[in-house]
Design a protein around this ligand. Sequence first.
Ligand code: IMP
Ligand code: MG
Length: 183
Amino acid sequence: MTEEQAGATPEVEVLYAAEAIAARLEELAKDITARNLERPLIVAVLKGSFVFAADLIRALYRSGLEPEVDFLTLSSYRKSRTSSGNVEILRDLDLDVEGRNVILVDDVLDSGRTLVFAKDLLSARGASQILTCVLIDKKVSRAVDVAADFRAFEGSNEFVVGYGMDVAHRYRELPFVGRMTKE
Ligand code: IMP
Ligand code: MG
């Protein structure tokens, strides 16, 4: 399939093709499964991680893990490309995380504020272990101190879209991760 057919647009250049993401997720799933977590609970941070989380849980199935799954909708980016600095809960979890081994799944680790907020929330609710897993770990200086336990790819400071990630609500449907070619 050509990039046009795969959904590329003149504004978005492919960084990680669908096939490369799929191959990387199989490895990532094996690494996560190797931790032998008891009663693992995936907490996907929405909206950006929904495609990643959906593919990741099926890769985890193939590597033999049977996680429960829940969703936490957080907001920090809104319509702009730069972080506003404060994170809010837009929709909370349904499940009780007390005593659970949680794998927090997010799309991008950038300033770190979103992951720290989510980690603090789960830890205050009594999660016994919180591991973090991100699609893109941006190699930038964090506003807060946090590291990803698992990452699919290391990214630079540039803004990425596609594979669930948006800019102003656009491009989530792209099957690849791309970078904006124009500002
Ligand atoms: P942080 O709180 O600054 O670490 O930013 C993390 C959140 O900002 C992620 O959950 C993403 O939703 C969003 N974000 C950061 N960088 C990007 C990007 O390049 N593309 C799309 N969303 C991003
Ligand atoms: Mg996000």
